[in-house]
Design a protein around this ligand. Structure first.
Ligand code: PGA
Length: 262
């Protein structure tokens, strides 16, 4: 089954509204059709700016093929949750994706698989598509428990997600040791984990859902190393941090995905 590549930019805590709008303008300029034509760019493309930059980016992306997403969501509909943002609030901004469970959220802000699972549920209930991040630390990889760690995350984080909701879920495998470090997983290391995640999805949801679910690689993916990663059979795109802030590099990754298109 053909899976369309998804090239997703995670801007993290970078880009004011003005800088974000400029980045979209610069990105558009990298494509002959200004990212207006659906078939020219090939892969689905997503950018996830900080909350306060979303409105400016949604406006700048109008009339293009760009999707815009957020970097987190709270599970409650509303209430006394200082500093949090609900699904309804996110939908209102015009976005259609949300990143959930990024390792920086888990590492620095105490996110657990239980809270990640609640956020996934809330996002799907709000009509948002989910980019669910999972990944092992260096210590876990060195202890040879990568597969167990990832399997536990996938099972717990997807929790109550039903098979028919999986069409709105993308999984991002992001080895923690590769994020922002310049230390990318080898094509083979990444493919092995992606293959195992797909096998797990087959057990959880059946072969059709497993074959249709996109699994992205994240962690120091850039314009130079993306071709090898994207050529792997079970790698269906990238979740890109640093390189997504550079329009030429991000455009190169999009164009590479288009050339490889499965
Ligand atoms: P990086 O970040 O590409 O800068 O390593 C990826 C991510 O954290 O999603």
């Amino acid at each position: 089954m053909a899976r369309r590549f998804l090239i997703a930019g995670n801007w993290k805590m970078n880009m004011t509204a003005a800088a974000g709008a400029q980045l979209i303008a610069d990105l558009k300029a990298q494509f002959d059709c200004g990212m207006k034509c659906a078939n020219t760019e090939g892969p689905e493309v997503l950018v996830c700016p900080p909350f306060t930059t979303i409105a400016a980016v949604v406006k700048a992306a109008e009339g293009t093929v760009l999707n815009v997403g957020a970097q987190n969501i709270h599970w409650a509909e509303k209430g006394a949750f200082t500093g949090e943002i609900s699904g309804e609030m996110l939908k209102e901004t015009g976005i259609n994706y949300v990143i959930i469970g990024h390792s920086e959220r888990r590492q620095y802000f105490g996110e657990t698989d239980e809270t990640v699972a609640k956020r996934v549920q809330a996002a799907l209930a709000s009509g948002l598509k989910v980019v669910l991040c999972v990944g092992e630390t260096l210590a876990q990889r060195e202890s040879n428990i990568t597969d167990e760690v990832i399997a536990l995350q996938v099972k717990t984080d997807l929790g109550a997600v039903a098979a028919d909701q999986m069409a709105n879920v993308v999984i991002a495998y992001e080895p923690v040791w590769a994020i922002g470090t310049g230390k990318v997983a080898t094509d083979e290391q990444a493919e092995e984990v992606h293959k195992n995640i797909r096998a797990l999805l087959a057990k959880m949801y059946g072969a059709d859902v497993a074959a249709a679910t996109r699994i992205l690689y994240g962690g120091s993916m850039n314009a130079k190393n993306c071709a090898g990663l994207l050529a792997q059979p079970d790698i269906d795109g990238g979740l890109i941090g640093g390189a997504a802030l550079k329009p030429v590099d991000f455009a190169t990754i999009i164009k590479t995905a288009k050339d490889i298109a499965k």
